[in-house]
Design a protein around this ligand. Sequence first.
Ligand code: NDP
Length: 315
Amino acid sequence: MSDTIEKIKCLIIGSGPAGYTAAIYAARADLKPVMYTGIEPGGQLTTTTEVENYPGYPEGVDGPQMMEDFKKQAERFETDVRFGIATAVEFNDKVGGTHKVTIDGSKVIEAETVIISTGASAKYLGLESEQRLKGGGVSACATCDGFFYRGQDVIVVGAGDTAAEEATYLAKLCKKVTMLVRRDEMRASKVMQNRVKNTPNLEVLFNTEIDEVLGEKVVEGVRVVNNVTGEKHVVDVTGVFIAIGHKPNTELFKGILDMDETGYLVTKGKSSKTNLPGVFAAGDVQDKEYRQAVTAAGSGCMAALDAERYLASLE
Ligand code: NDP
């Protein structure tokens, strides 16, 4: 049951580059946005070390620091940034209708516009040993954690562009990288496959999956299994990087908003408009192709402009 109801013009759900950029634009357009950060304030970039490809930071910037800068800029224009998680939504399908969003199971926000920027999360295999050793040698981000495995041997699981990119990145830091590909071919683009092939300290094991990550508190090796022959052997590594794709954070919107077959929100044409009037989507939650901080920020800007124009059209 709701304990309070608050009426606002613009609600932003999620606090990555898309959410904060939407907030900056919406606040400057006097929409008085309220942002709920979600469970991971600042989003995926808070788990990154150095960001070197965001324009405006010629020397690079620490991921968490960059998100702190985004937040400061949004607050400078009086975005109301709050910690909280959207737990239920009741969107209106009428133009000009009010959208209800429940926060933390109790507080209800009634918003004229909603910008969804809940992002995406890395996928894991779901093995018990993998989950237990997360943070103890199992990671889903080579650029975040690769540094800790300099001169050591590691495994990368996956066969897409992300896995290929992470494996070649890690090969520059590590002694040896073993890539586990579950089929007899890789999904990655030809360019990336060639890069993998041409990296001397990178070995690809096809038809191979993790049977168990070994070690109690830290990774001490990985028992792998050939899924054709059933043969198992142990690879001596101290790090395991899972690079099997991302999952958009869209559970809450299932059956309400249009999604593609993998759960990404579908936006109309070049806009941020979802299938419901006054509900917009920005960032990784609607983009499985580019997934960059700068593209997310750009789409956050678009969502705020779309929200502003939508409200203006109602007047
Ligand atoms: P993808 O979905 O493209 O690839 C995921 C990979 O993980 C697949 O090879 C898949 O195997 C494998 N996989 C999935 N589940 C398991 C499992 N349980 N066990 C073992 N392997 C598994 O995700 P990416 O993150 O690689 O890429 C996402 C998108 O981003 C793509 O469009 C990609 O092109 C793009 N991208 C582009 C980059 C660039 O151009 N520089 C860099 C990074 C991403 P299988 O093939 O058998 O299904």
